[in-house]
Write a protein that binds this ligand. Structure first.
Ligand code: COA
Length: 169
């Protein structure tokens, strides 16, 4: 299995939309992730990301664009922090893909940017995402009870972080 991170201008928006349009993906994502996910959604996401020089990468597995990972650099007094978010089409879950992607991404971020800390906010029920982060050295640094309101229910939020001076970096 070949896993690559590609710029959004190198991928087919139709393929991106096809794999993003998966009802299993958005359970633990923010409401800004559309469901259903159309070609128009893909085009506007890709255009906006490229125009604003955002750090978003397509996750390409054996030549198919089946997911995405994005980085949001924080501002002001938080400027040494970067927040990551990610999704993968559910046909590709459980194969170790995101664990490898997060490893590649963190290594890239610490090598190319002067950030001190990488953060990720995770629904407490999202065990797969917690494991992916923990396998990559992220530590649970906070827990916010009923901090999320989605689809009529409250959910707990876990704050994960990885520091530049951790064992791996
Ligand atoms: C979270 C997500 C990115 C994980 O990607 P993935 O490629 O399937 O992850 P990996 O295969 O690298 O690792 C998943 C790990 O979680 C484990 N896991 C999966 N579901 C689990 C569950 N319900 N309970 C316990 N462990 C679980 C897997 O066994 C695996 O652990 P292992 O490597 O020790 O066997 C993927 O499920 C996804 O895209 N979900 C929808 C979007 C999302 O939630 N994004 C994260 C927002 S913070």
């Amino acid at each position: 299995m070949i896993i690559e991170l590609k710029s959004l201008d190198e991928i087919d928006p139709c393929e991106f939309a096809y794999y993003a349009n998966d009802p299993n993906i958005n359970t633990y994502l923010r409401n800004s992730f559309p469901a259903p996910y159309t070609l128009d959604h893909a085009l506007s996401f890709i255009t906006h990301s490229l125009q604003h020089h955002a750090l978003d990468f397509a996750i390409v597995v054996d030549g198919k664009c089946v997911g995405c990972v994005g980085v949001t650099f924080q501002k002001d007094i938080f400027l040494k922090n970067a927040e990551i978010g990610y999704w993968l089409n559910s046909q590709y879950w459980g194969k170790g893909i995101m664990s490898q992607v997060i490893k590649m991404l963190c290594s890239y971020l610490f090598s190319n940017y002067t950030i001190h800390k990488i953060c990720a906010d995770v629904f407490a029920e999202n065990k797969a995402s917690c494991i992916v982060l923990e396998k990559n050295g992220f530590i649970q640094e906070g827990y916010r009870r009923e901090h999320i309101y989605k689809d009529g229910c409250y959910h707990d939020l876990i704050l994960y972080a990885l520091w530049r001076n951790s064992d791996e970096y």
